[in-house]
Design a protein around this ligand. Structure first.
Ligand SMILES: CC(C)(COP(=O)(O)OP(=O)(O)OC[C@H]1O[C@@H](n2cnc3c(N)ncnc32)[C@H](O)[C@@H]1OP(=O)(O)O)[C@@H](O)C(=O)NCCC(=O)NCCS
Length: 211
């Protein structure tokens, strides 16, 4: 067990300067406050309309008036200006279920009638493996109409999921998923196809409270 004597002494020298890359700038206070309100307060308000208005007006997400983001979702962003510049669109009748994470630091396009199951994570940004300074880089994620993403799946930066494709629960998806393809596993591989006729639906469900 570690004793107090094992704890290394704190250096009394000057604090080393931060690298002069500008990449480690602290976030402006306003963005921190917006982030806190979005992800710890507004996302718990049991009203689609309140959350909707916030995501659209305060953050600049192009959220169709018929789309719904359920309770507890986390939006990862650098600020409303960045969201507007990146372009973040969620189409008509699409549902993002409870406790999902949407990384909107990069471009994100989600089509119409898309079903995103609880606790799904969609990432648009990562760190560069090669460049000095551990910079971040964003790659657009596109999810076309009538896609269904199963619970706890993860979508990596740069992924396109074709119209009507299905991502199985717990899958980790990257690259191009062709339309109507069912993918599963880590990394996700095709396991089946979905008939075109299966896409004949619209999510017309009412927005329930407390979801
Ligand atoms: C993708 C899914 C719909 C496929 O269901 P299905 O058509 O009945 O497919 P099957 O069970 O016949 O599976 C087909 C193959 O994919 C594999 N597979 C299916 N789901 C998988 C998963 N989540 N992870 C890994 N492999 C999976 C099966 O093992 C099978 O492989 P095999 O042919 O080598 O045996 C279903 O497995 C799934 O993940 N549903 C999501 C549930 C969910 O998230 N619910 C919450 C929202 S409502």
């Amino acid at each position: 067990m570690m004793s107090a004597r094992d704890v290394p002494e704190r250096s009394t020298g000057p604090t080393p300067p931060l690298p002069e890359t500008g990449r480690f700038r602290p976030r402006p206070l306003a963005v921190g406050v917006l982030n806190y309100l979005t992800n710890h307060f507004v996302n718990r308000v049991p009203s689609y309309h309140v959350r909707h208005a916030w995501y659209r007006r305060a953050l600049g997400v192009q959220l169709h008036h018929d789309a719904g983001i359920h309770l507890g979702c986390y939006l990862w962003f650098y600020g409303p200006g960045q969201i507007r510049r990146s372009g973040v669109r969620i189409g008509a009748k699409t549902r993002v279920n409870r406790d999902c994470t949407l990384d909107v630091r990069g471009p994100l396009s989600i089509g119409d009638n898309v079903s995103i199951s609880p606790e799904v994570v969609i990432l648009t940004t990562q760190h560069s493996l090669d460049a000095p300074g551990f910079p971040t880089e964003s790659r657009a994620v596109v999810i076309e109409d009538h896609v269904w993403i199963g619970m706890r799946a993860m979508v990596l930066p740069g992924t396109t999921i074709g119209r009507g494709a299905v991502v199985a629960a717990g899958a980790v998806v990257r690259g191009e998923i062709p339309p109507l393809t069912v993918v599963a596993g880590v990394p996700a591989r095709p396991v089946a196809t979905r008939p075109e006729a299966a896409l004949d639906y619209d999510f017309d469900w009412p927005f329930p409270l407390f979801e």
